[in-house]
Each structure stands twice: as C-alpha cells, then as structure tokens.
Design a protein around this ligand. Structure first.
Ligand code: SF4
Ligand code: SF4
Length: 341
C-alpha cells in the first residue's frame, strides 16, 4: 500500500487508515487479529479515541510488538488541562506505548469548545506539556462543523484536521480543505462510508480517489470488508457518468434523512444532545445491542426531554425533521432497553 505524507507532521501514513470504532463489537482476540490483518496488508495508520470504549486497549494489544512501524492517533473530548492530562495518561496505558504519534482534540464543533481548549488551564496546556515530555508527537483536531473547523485551522496551532468526507458530505471541499492545505495540515477523512449510511463502497472509494490529498480511515470489522476496500482503492479509477448519476440518486434519497452532526441546531433549550441522539441508527449498525445501549444511554436519556418546540429545526441547514427523528430514535432505544432487561 502506498504511503502519503500527513501534512506538516511529516508522518508517512498508508493511503488508507484504520478507524477504531467497529472493533468495539469484536472479542479482544478477534479485534487484535483484525488489526494485525490490516497491518500485515500495509496499513500503518490507526485512529482511535479515548471515548471509543475498549478500542484503544484492543489496538494497543494488537500493535505492541510492532509499535515502531505504526502511526497511532487518538483523541480526547476533555477540554480542561487536568482532565486531558488524565486522558493522555490513560491512552498511553491502554495503547501500551510511551508516545502517541497524533493526539487530537475530539469534536471541536463549537467555538466555545475551541476557546475552552485554548484558555488558561485548558486542554491544550496538557497536550503541550505531554509534547515537551515526548509523550505526544503531534497535535490535531476533529470536528463536524465546517465554520468552527475553519476557525480552528486558522489558529495555526494544529497539524491535522479530521472531518467527515464522502460523496454525501462534501462541504469541506469549498473552504476547509483549501485552508488546511494552505497551512500544510494533514487531512484525515472520517466517515468515508458515510458513517454506515452508504452501502456502495465502490462508489465511496472511487469518489475518494479523486481527492488524493485526504487520508480516509474506514472503520472495518471483518477481513472481507477490508479486502474489498483495499482492492477498490488500489486500482486508480475515475468516475463515470453512471457513477455520478448513482451518487446523485443516493444523495436525493438520503438527503432528507441524514444528520451530518454539524451541530448548527444547538443548543437545545431542553438540553437534548441532538447530535449524539442522531448517531443512534449508525451506532446500532456498528455495535452489538448491549454495547450500543451502554454507549448511547446518557445521550438517549436527554431525548426524552424534547418538547418539540421546533427551535432546532429552524437552524438545521438540511431541514431535517429533528423532533420527529429524535422521537423515533428514543422509541427504538426504549425497545432496545426493554429487550435487554
Ligand atoms: S440535526 Fe441538522 S443541524 Fe443538527 S447536527 Fe444534524 S444535520 Fe446538523
Ligand atoms: S424540538 Fe426538541 S430537540 Fe429541538 S430544540 Fe426543541 S426541545 Fe430541543
């Protein structure tokens, strides 16, 4: 597999990375086998996060013996120095390593979060202190909101950006990718398969091949899926007219039913965690039912507080029927809980 330079980090990473969410649903040994399978076929870039349940531990177990041959990225949702420092220590332990190649601030989707990270006593201080000690080599961020992400890029403080990118979610192309490239940042594409919304892997990866400046990190949980993606990605192809028509058809079908997790609808006066609740169908596709229940429990509790005021719907750029979607997800979650109790 070809390697590419991850922007100014200078890290040379495989043109396909490994997204660490789906291995949550695998038993520890199966997860380790899956990670090693990808490594043996040329993947050297593994992305995970402190919040992905046991994903860091599984990746750590799988890659401990080849640590010097891989690039490991993880993330924290913490915004304070103290809590972020705890997360860094925890990640180092879980990943069985004494350094993290790329440490990312997870989901900087609101300006207030960026401000909290950069404030005195904020999480950036912990990251910089860890960098001084050699525990972190590079600092990046992830986001779902293009306006906020653009402001984060413009600070010049981050070496990589991780943002959704697939043929349904192309909003990064206009200003975000050019701004990041201008600053020589590495660009990591999360959700290359639409976060489980897109079945046509062939179209997804053909689309991504047209944008060689991004490193996609598909989440895979079985070898066949991985082999299919590699075979698609390793053959350079351009989009045909038929492909473009197929993509347009899928865009039209999913356009009204697909939350991009951008957060423009926030804040909800009732404290509903709209973005997180909207993840529920994708999480159900990716995790075992009991894991989905544990993972989603706190967010789904807030869905019960929705009073259908409609405030969020006025702000959603995709005109999603948010209250109705939340109600549907809340009902599915109640059924899930009932089936497991
Ligand atoms: S509901 Fe709409 S505004 Fe809110 S996160 Fe989803 S796509 Fe964005
Ligand atoms: S409709 Fe529900 S989720 Fe949306 S702002 Fe109102 S209470 Fe919050």
């Amino acid at each position: 597999m070809q390697k590419k330079r991850l922007g100014k980090t200078g890290l040379m990473v495989s043109e396909l990375g490994f997204g660490g969410i789906p291995i949550i649903q695998l038993e520890a040994n199966d997860a380790a086998e899956m990670v090693r399978y990808c490594f043996d076929r040329g993947v050297n870039f593994f992305d995970t996060a402190n919040m992905y349940m046991d994903s860091e531990g599984k990746i750590g177990q799988a890659l401990e013996s080849v640590r010097d041959q891989v690039v490991i990225a993880t993330k924290t949702l913490e915004r304070s120095k103290e809590k972020a420092a705890e997360h860094i220590a925890n990640s180092l332990g879980q990943l069985r390593t004494d350094y993290i190649d790329l440490f990312q601030f997870h989901n900087l989707s609101e300006i207030s979060e960026l401000e909290a990270v950069l404030a005195p006593g904020g999480a950036m201080e912990a990251a910089l202190a860890a960098k001084d000690k050699g525990q972190i080599r590079h600092i990046g961020f992830s986001s779902h909101n293009k306006d906020t992400a653009l402001k984060v890029v413009q600070t010049g403080l981050f070496e990589t950006i991780q943002f959704p990118f697939n043929f349904l979610e192309t909003q990064a192309l206009d200003a975000l990718h050019p701004a990041a490239l201008e600053k020589d940042m590495g660009i990591i594409a999360m959700k290359p398969l639409g976060g489980g919304m897109l079945e046509r892997a062939d179209l997804c990866f053909k689309f991504l091949q047209q944008h060689p400046h991004v490193i996609p990190i598909p989440g895979v949980s079985n070898k066949e899926e991985f082999d299919q993606i590699v075979s698609l990605y390793e053959t350079p192809r351009s989009l045909t007219d038929q492909d473009r028509q197929d993509m347009e058809r899928i865009r039209e079908r999913l356009g009204d039913a697909f939350c991009r997790r951008c957060g423009y609808c926030l804040p909800c006066p009732q404290g509903v965690m709209i973005r997180e609740v909207q993840m529920f169908p994708a999480i159900m596709n990716r995790l075992a039912p009991w894991q989905a229940m544990v993972f989603m429990k706190d967010a789904m509790a807030t869905a019960e507080e929705c009073i259908e005021c409609g405030e969020c719907e006025e702000k959603c750029p995709y005109n999603l029927p948010i209250a109705e979607m939340l109600s549907r997800h809340a009902e599915s979650f109640r059924k899930l809980e009932a089936s497991l109790n």
